[in-house]
Design a protein around this ligand. Structure first.
Ligand SMILES: [Zn+2]
Length: 202
């Protein structure tokens, strides 16, 4: 593997690890604090028309992305358009009706009333749990750690003249491990060990 590829993989694995840790920290934070990054717009299609908001949020163990449209006549104040903005508030469970929800995954697409005289609202969105996002980001570093551990074990076995595949003592064997049939490497360490080591870890 070339130097650049090795470097790129290292960056990818470290970034993934950091993102996983950041997601876990956000998960802990989401138990008490809800975070969102969103934008509110008023009278989107002209005076007296609908308001809307869209954004991403993190609250009570789930990360969501959603859109909400508030239909006229409006009976509630609507936040002014301040562009895309990060907001923090006390964590609330995602309380609106879901079409489907399981283990922190879910989606909603619902029309809800907005009180007497109000035109109602329409909301749609999806959510996924923090644990799932953290788990996905943990896959590359876990794979790297496993390959590094296998390579280390193979080197240790080779140094002690044990079969690199199963650990059986092959000091008396010349060609193949009597236990699993893996070819015994030559004393210079070439051959089977290299085939077991992941690229770039040798
Ligand atoms: Zn063996």
């Amino acid at each position: 593997m070339g130097k650049f590829l090795r470097f790129a993989r290292r960056v990818f694995v470290s970034t993934s690890l950091l993102l996983s840790i950041a997601t876990m920290m956000l998960w802990v934070r989401s138990c008490s604090t809800g975070d969102s990054f969103d934008r509110y717009r008023e009278n989107v299609a002209g005076p007296g028309t609908y308001h809307d908001t869209r954004g991403v949020f993190s609250t009570r163990g789930t990360i969501g992305v959603g859109y909400l449209r508030m239909l006229p006549p409006h009976v509630q104040d609507w936040p002014a358009d301040e562009g895309w903005k990060r907001r923090a508030m006390p964590a609330q469970p995602v309380a609106w009706p879901h079409r489907w929800a399981l283990l922190g995954f879910g989606y909603w697409n619902a029309a809800l009333p907005t009180g007497p005289g109000g035109g109602g609202m329409r909301m749609t969105g999806v959510k996924i749990p923090h644990w799932f996002v953290a788990w996905v980001f943990m896959l590359p570093p876990a794979g790297w750690a496993r390959r590094a551990w296998l390579a280390r074990r193979a080197r240790r076995r080779l140094a002690s003249q044990l079969c690199v595949a199963c650990g059986y003592d092959v000091r008396e064997s010349t060609e193949r491990c009597p236990e699993c049939g893996t070819p015994v490497p030559s004393p210079d360490g070439k051959g089977t060990l290299l085939s077991l080591l992941p690229p770039g870890e040798g």
